[in-house]
Design a protein around this ligand. Structure first.
Ligand code: NAD
Length: 421
């Protein structure tokens, strides 16, 4: 699928999902318009001489950077920063809106935002990446703030990038750890934040599978994407006794019916950069991987990878959306018709923003929590939210996604009304 088509699908999908919930909630046109409208969109340009690792004299290039702040009825804007070549305003807009519903669904006092830079980070030296990040912060500083807008990691960014954001912002505002989450522990990051999204995905996968009388022990699981979310999901599920039979990165996938050794796979990626050639596995393309026979399929890469081209061929009984918007609305309808259960993104991957919230709270309190406290609170909250969504879906004879949107939209709508938006 072309990148352009993916972007159209991403925005369209988000709107179609919302329409289903708007109809169930019987919201009028004015309320719908207000809920969909964006608070602020900031677009910047960042000039840089990108020093390639092998060539220090790079030519001047201009990169596009974005921050979309969708809704702040329930608290400061919150959402990740994505550094990826496909980043554009439409994609960031859809992801910012999704953050509004996600923070409302898990009932934390934040709104929704997203940002990013259209860049292939593999082309940059560490020094160039640091310069680019700091220039992004210089230009975005007026819209960021501990009680205004708090970024976090997403595709192509990590704790080191968050540390550069903290440093650049602190230059003009004094030491401000609460300006960003997903930081290294040494700079006020939270215990458990790195693995929080994957841990939450694995926790809810187990819970949903158990409800479907599908034992996680020995269950064949396929995971697309082996970055922060994919790796930690795989690691946790393997520790629970699941058989992770296939994983992939942006280049290709690998499969092993007996179950992949996740730690070995991580070492192989650290050494070679890719999963390709992992000893004891066979190669598989990303397209083949999604259609591979398994009980549980976990897309943990980018948007729209499950679409009209492959929805009929998915063989899993349960799809867990670790990535944001990985299933297009048409594919979602196909999966529903085929009786495949889908745990939607705003619930499945909410562990990341939950622990980001815990990190922010610890920064405001200037008092770090123990790892076990963080994980216990994460699991308890996800457990409760999952039960609320499942119960609402059963009462309304609807799917988990529509029920999750209904809960989230109801909360945002109420906050807007109370504040007199
Ligand atoms: P990451 O950059 O750490 O990893 C992304 C992985 O996906 C890499 O293995 C990459 O090679 C692979 N990939 C990229 N493009 C691909 C393609 N077209 N096909 C197959 N694989 C591809 O990113 P991440 O933080 O793990 O994020 C993954 C997904 O999870 C994204 O949708 C992100 O928005 C979502 N998410 C992340 C967090 C978080 O805390 N990091 C929280 C919630 C949701």
């Amino acid at each position: 699928m072309s990148v352009e088509r993916e972007h159209c699908q991403c925005q369209d999908t988000q709107t179609r999902f919302l329409q289903r919930a708007f109809e169930s909630l019987q919201l009028g046109d004015a309320q719908r318009e207000l809920l969909l409208s964006v608070f602020r969109e900031t677009t910047i340009t960042i000039p840089l001489r990108p020093h390639r690792a092998d060539d220090d004299g790079g030519e001047l290039r201009t990169y596009m950077g974005y921050r979309v702040q969708h809704n702040h009825a329930r608290g400061p804007f919150k959402g990740g920063l994505r550094f990826h070549p496909s980043v554009n305003l439409g994609e960031i807009r859809a992801l910012a809106q999704l953050m509004t519903w996600k923070t409302a669904l898990v009932d934390i006092p934040f709104g929704g935002a997203k940002g990013g830079i259209a860049i292939d980070t593999t082309e940059l030296s560490q020094h160039a990446l640091e310069t680019l990040t700091k220039r992004f912060v210089q230009k975005m500083a007026p819209v960021f703030g501990v009680h205004q807008d708090i970024p976090a990691p997403d595709v192509g960014t990590n704790p080191q990038v968050m540390a550069w954001i903290l440093e650049e912002y602190s230059k003009t505002h004094g030491y401000t750890p609460g300006i960003v989450t997903g930081k290294p522990m040494e700079l006020g990051g939270s215990a458990g934040r790195l693995e929080a999204t994957g841990h939450g995905v694995a926790y809810l996968t187990d819970k949903a599978a158990t409800e479907m009388s599908l034992s996680i022990k020995g269950a064949p699981i396929v995971i697309q994407g082996f970055g922060n979310v994919g790796f930690h999901t795989a690691q946790r599920l393997a520790a629970m006794g699941a058989r992770v039979i296939a994983v992939s990165d942006s280049r290709n996938g690998v499969v092993c019916e007996a179950g992949i050794d996740i730690e070995q796979a991580q070492c192989h990626v650290a050494e070679t950069g890719w999963l390709e050639g992992l000893p004891g596995t066979e190669p598989v393309s990303n397209a083949e991987l999604l259609e591979y026979p398994c009980d549980i399929l976990i897309p943990a890469a980018v948007e729209a990878t499950i679409n009209c081209d492959n929805a009929e061929a998915i063989q899993a009984r349960l799809v867990v959306e670790a990535a944001n918007i990985p299933v297009t609305h048409l594919a979602d309808a196909t999966l529903r018709d085929r009786g495949i259960t889908v745990i939607p993104d705003l619930l499945a991957n909410a562990g990341g923003v939950l622990v980001s919230y815990y990190e922010w709270v610890q920064n405001l309190q200037e008092f770090p929590w123990e790892y076990d406290t963080v994980m216990q609170r994460l699991e308890q909250r996800l457990d409760r939210v999952y039960d609320q969504v499942r119960d609402l879906a059963q009462q309304g004879a609807t799917d988990l996604r529509t029920a999750a949107y209904e809960l989230a939209i109801g909360r945002v709508n109420q906050a807007m009304a109370l504040r007199g938006f």
